[in-house]
Design a protein around this ligand. Structure first.
Ligand code: NAD
Length: 714
């Protein structure tokens, strides 16, 4: 008998099962669990006559973490049959628990996500501890999987198809109060003791408990797929889903199949259907990509893999934000949200107040929706001090500069801030294009200077790209890193380079889309194929958002900077199109009223109809596959160049940075994982084909050729 699940029968004949897997910080559904659960269920069945009921709880901080991703990422297509059998075994154990003939209560002492929530669903009664760390739900879909431990089958039978789908296909998580309202749990307890006594009382009062779906006369809430109202919803559901996934993410589609097919058959058949789809997803490539990046690599980053070692953790106390424009206002908001005192400085107090107003607006919305109390909002806003005076930067241990993208202006404000802030303050620039090493020369302590590149909108975008200048010290880097985690964002660390990593790769994406338009490819096809490749927005739409004037400004600045070094930038076919759009057609983008798209007031944006006459050519149409590959390949190739040049130091930073920062297709697991999963050799061959057809920019860099020769990925 293993001790992974403690079995303790009290005088009231209630058995308390405490899941406490040895040597693990959280309980997971691995081989140890399976063996322990098998033995536990067998013992319960053997001792059933002397048992009044069962309470399932956990000795860990979380109730149960779910499937073991170390195991799941390794399952191959060749393992499909044993894996499928193993899944049926897990399901069978939980089924035996819920049909034991005794009341079973889940005493949910911590987060129960994925497999953890599936164990809870197999209990007749669910009580959760009212604690901020308790979250319930089925996030499998976010890793390209489906809830394979009966989660689809039971959620559909508990809530009905329509209400269950957001939990299953979107991975919606809830806290105990919302779970109670939604009918996911039955009760809430303030303390662990109260939870156990409530569980015991419920068992005593419900000796003959059965699951709703095992009760006589049970019907799925809302009806089966043949009920008219459900049938009507299901008629459009696949196309609504397809519009979201663009066919890139198999998991939500398989979840819908498992849910709908499972709702038309008996419980055990539904479990088999769920296991088949689960096996298909787990052995598929997209799940591998997503687990690898969104679980393992993201955890690696958050654990500090790119942070210099041996430097004590630093907690930023007071941040001075220079420039209260779009970015500065957002940086002030996320800093104050993390409890940090903020001084928000602009050229006038009015401009600074306006920047603070951005936070007030976001918070007012929260208050009006009941997500925040007025007191909390007031305390939050009190942490942001708007000012026009450098003297107010006194006491700041971090300065983040977000004034206009102008080297001389940045030099001036950073030097003034350095003089006013604490002597050891870190000075960071939010520049998106100017090399950090050059900007650092404006301050006295260049070792304290760093780049903290945020993304817009700051309150929503999860990434901050940290740029290390030539003289940036490890201590400064560590402090920048700690600050980014403090404001609950994900840091990647890159070496200084023009455009760093994200802006460089982003530029290749927009330029490629624009270049295709210049060749005469249909604008609608470019936009649609980019989205089908998995990009959240097409390259023409995003160019309008950024504005072609800004792109042009950056190009000119780069040309001037490089000319000073006796260098030039390679010509790109996109430049001629941008020049035409700016000079001939006077359509720089959305903010100016129009670009590649029209933005009718009160209406939906649509492609500028004139694009057809001015750019498209009937004989220039290329295959959809080529459009998609050009968009993904050019970004992946630029990412490899960043690795080759030492701008990127880690694969995790490349993958997470590409997805979180610029929206690189998430199904691929990131720009480098895209190459791995394509096959490095095949990727090189395809890149060479694209280079022949569309330009030398697709030529695989030497590092890629080297890796392909060795058969090594990234
Ligand atoms: P913005 O034009 O919205 O804001 C700039 C602000 O700086 C204005 O409020 C201006 O009044 C203020 N300012 C000018 N001179 C000042 C001075 N001497 N002291 C204090 N404030 C002064 O610009 P933004 O979009 O917020 O961009 C700011 C910086 O962030 C730029 O370097 C930009 O490249 C970078 N950035 C922008 C984005 C983006 O998506 N907009 C993304 C990442 C980085």
């Amino acid at each position: 008998m293993t001790d992974a699940i403690r079995y303790e029968k009290g005088q009231d004949n209630i058995v308390v099962l405490t899941i406490d897997m040895p040597g693990q910080s959280a309980n997971t559904m691995n081989a140890v669990y399976r063996e322990a659960m098998g033995q536990t269920v067998a013992r319960l069945e053997a001792e059933k006559d002397s048992i009044a009921g069962v309470i399932v709880t956990s000795a860990k901080k979380t109730f149960f973490a779910g499937g073991d991703l170390n195991e799941l990422i390794k399952v191959t297509k060749a393992d499909a049959k044993p894996f499928y059998d193993m899944i049926l075994n897990i399901k069978g154990q939980l089924r035996r628990l819920e049909t034991l003939g005794k009341p079973v209560v889940a005493a949910i002492n911590g987060a129960a996500l994925g497999g953890g929530w599936e164990i809870c669903l197999a209990c007749h009664h669910r009580i959760a501890l009212d604690n901020s760390s308790v979250q319930l739900g089925l996030p499998e879909v976010t890793l390209g999987l489906l809830p394979g431990g009966g989660g689809v089958v039971r959620m559909v039978r508990l809530l009905g198809l329509e209400k269950a789908l957001p939990y299953l296909a979107e991975g919606k998580k809830v806290r105990p109060d919302a779970a109670l309202k939604a009918g996911l749990i039955h009760d809430i307890a303030a303390t662990p003791d109260e939870m156990l006594s409530k569980a015991r009382a419920w068992i005593a009062a419900n000796p003959a408990a059965v699951q709703p779906w095992d009760a006589k006369g049970y019907k799925i809430p809302g009806g089966t797929p043949s009920t008219p109202a459900v049938a009507q919803m299901l008629a459009i559901a696949p196309s609504v889903l397809r519009d979201k996934t663009k066919g890139c993410f198999p998991a939500p589609e398989k979840i819908m199949c498992a849910a709908v097919e499972g709702a038309q058959v008996d419980f055990d058949t539904a479990q088999i259907i769920e296991a088949r789809y689960f096996t298909e997803l787990t052995t598929g490539q997209v799940a591998k990509n997503m687990i690898g990046t969104f679980w393992f690599q993201l955890n690696e980053i958050n654990a500090g893999s790119s942070r210099p070692q041996g430097i004590p953790q630093y907690v930023t106390k007071k941040v001075g934000v220079l420039g209260a424009g779009m970015m500065g206002a957002g940086i002030a908001y996320v800093s104050a949200a993390a409890g940090i005192e903020v001084v928000l400085k602009d050229v006038s107090i009015e401009a600074a107040e306006k920047g603070k107003g951005y936070s007030a607006k976001l918070l007012d919305k929260k208050v009006s929706r009941g997500h925040m109390t007025a007191d909390k909002r007031d305390a939050f806003l009190a942490r942001i001090k708007p000012t026009a005076s450098d003297a107010d930067l006194d006491g700041c241990d971090l300065i983040i500069e977000a004034v206009f993208e102008d080297r001389a202006l940045k030099a001036k404000v950073n030097a003034a801030a350095e003089a006013a802030a604490l002597p050891d303050a870190v000075i960071a620039s939010n520049t998106s294009t100017l090399p950090i090493t050059g900007l650092a020369t404006a301050v006295q302590k260049q070792d304290k200077f760093i780049g903290l590149h945020f993304f817009s909108p700051v309150d929503k975008m999860p990434l901050v790209e940290i740029i290390k200048g030539a003289k940036t010290s490890d201590e400064t880097l560590a402090r920048g890193f700690d600050y980014v985690l403090q404001i609950k964002k994900t840091p990647i660390v890159v070496e200084d380079s023009r455009g760093f990593f994200t802006s460089r790769v982003f530029g290749t994406f927009t330029n490629e889309g624009i270049a295709m338009l210049g060749e005469g490819v249909s604008a609608a096809m470019i936009e649609n194929e980019a989205r089908k490749a998995g990009m959240p927005v097409g390259p023409l739409a995003i160019s309008d958002e950024v504005s072609m004037s800004l792109m042009d400004h950056i190009r000119k600045q780069t040309v001037a900077d490089l000319a000073a070094e006796g260098k030039s930038i390679p010509e790109h076919p996109a430049f001629a199109v941008i020049d035409l759009m700016l000079k001939e057609y006077k359509r720089p983008g959305k903010a100016a009223g129009g670009g590649f798209y029209e933005y009718p007031e009160g209406g939906k944006k649509h492609l500028w109809p004139e694009l057809k006459a001015r750019f498209e050519k009937a004989d220039a149409q290329i295959s959809q596959e080529d459009v998609r590959d050009r968009i993904l390949f050019i970004q992946a190739i630029e990412t490899v160049r960043c690795v080759e040049e030492g701008v990127l130091k880690s694969v995790a930073d490349a993958n997470i940075g590409s997805i979180f920062g610029i929206g690189f297709a998430a199904w691929t697991g990131g720009a480098l994982q895209f190459i791995n999963q394509y096959g490095v050799k095949d990727f090189v061959a395809r890149a060479q084909y694209l280079a022949e057809q569309y330009g030398e920019r697709f030529l695989p860099p030497a590092l890629l050729l080297e890796r392909a020769a060795k058969g090594e990925g990234f």
